[in-house]
Design a protein around this ligand. Structure first.
Ligand SMILES: [Cu+2]
Length: 295
């Protein structure tokens, strides 16, 4: 029998450490670290740059912390014993100047990149963007394709050759729209419109989700995103048209009822002003609404 559980833990430390380190292999599938579009790529580069810049302080601090303990130890240390020492201008300058420079560098980087990656900014492309309206519900996402007159639930398809221009609102509490592999994140708010522009490098399947806690069904509120070739997308549109029902006012009322892990649904048609109707439901604060909805 082990007397103290503490020793048991320490004995297993190498195993625990190995398990922790080896779990890093799973990072291959982490979408933020493996971006599938230029926006996500730029965001990942910024994240890594910020980490490297911060290491300029973090690494010396850890090394020196151990070094000082060793050098100034009571038995056999080499450090000079100076109990009355209180101030060094050199050390003071170093420990304030370096972090100040880092904060300035990070500030500059974040400021410029934030403007460069403005989610409202249209993406440069030889292809015309595909417009999709996304509506957050409890606990699912409804996508309207105004160009094609079709709609889908919990499935977002678009051609990888074209930029994706999203117009987002909520028919419930505040949600947050994000497709980690493609980058960007923007809030979905009732009575307001937000925009997000994304682009996929090549065909692929990515998970999108609500990243803002919104109640019971939140954990299952994700959807599949399919970046397709132009031909596959045309086939998909045909599939939705032929297999879908009509999203009229009655059907919408049923869909808007809270449901968890809602299955994929297709609608061959919807009322053209559905997005505006949903926005108008929450128009009790007209100034804010019109200001944001016009963008
Ligand atoms: Cu708002």
């Amino acid at each position: 029998m082990e007397k103290a559980t503490g020793t048991g833990l320490i004995r297993h430390l190498p195993v625990l450490l190995a398990a922790f380190l080896l779990s890093g292999c799973g990072l291959d599938t982490a979408p933020i670290l493996n971006p599938k579009g230029p926006i996500a790529q730029a965001e990942r580069d910024l994240l890594f740059t910020a980490i490297y810049v911060m290491m300029i302080v973090v690494i010396p601090v850890f090394i020196l912390a151990f070094l000082f303990v060793w050098r100034y130890r009571a038995s056999g240390g080499k450090g000079k014993y100076t109990p009355d020492w209180s101030y060094s201008a050199k050390i003071d300058a170093l420990i304030w100047l370096v972090p100040a420079l880092i904060v300035a560098t990070l500030g500059y980087l974040l400021w410029t990149t934030t403007h460069k990656l403005d989610p409202y900014k249209q993406l440069a492309s030889s292809e015309q963007a595909i417009e999709v309206h996304a509506i957050a519900q409890d606990w699912k996402w409804l996508f309207l394709y105004p160009e094609y007159g079709i709609a889908s639930v919990n499935e977002l398809a678009f051609p990888s050759e074209r930029p994706l221009a999203l117009k987002i609102t909520s028919d419930t509490v505040m949600n947050s729209f994000m497709i980690p592999a493609l980058g960007g994140q923007i809030y979905a708010m009732a009575g307001m419109t937000t925009r997000l522009h994304l682009i996929a490098d090549e065909p692929g399947q990515f998970t999108g989700r609500n990243t803002m806690y919104s109640g019971n069904g939140f954990a299952d509120q994700h959807f599949q995103t399919f970046a397709m070739t132009n031909e596959d997308f045309d086939t998909w549109v045909q599939k939705v048209r032929s297999g879908g029902t009509s999203l009229d006012a009655a059907a919408y009322a049923v869909l808007a009822e809270p449901s968890v892990a809602h299955s994929v649904e297709y609608y061959a048609q919807y009322k053209a002003d559905l997005f505006e109707t949903i926005l108008a439901k929450y128009a009790s604060r007209p100034a804010h609404t019109s200001q944001m909805a016009d963008q």
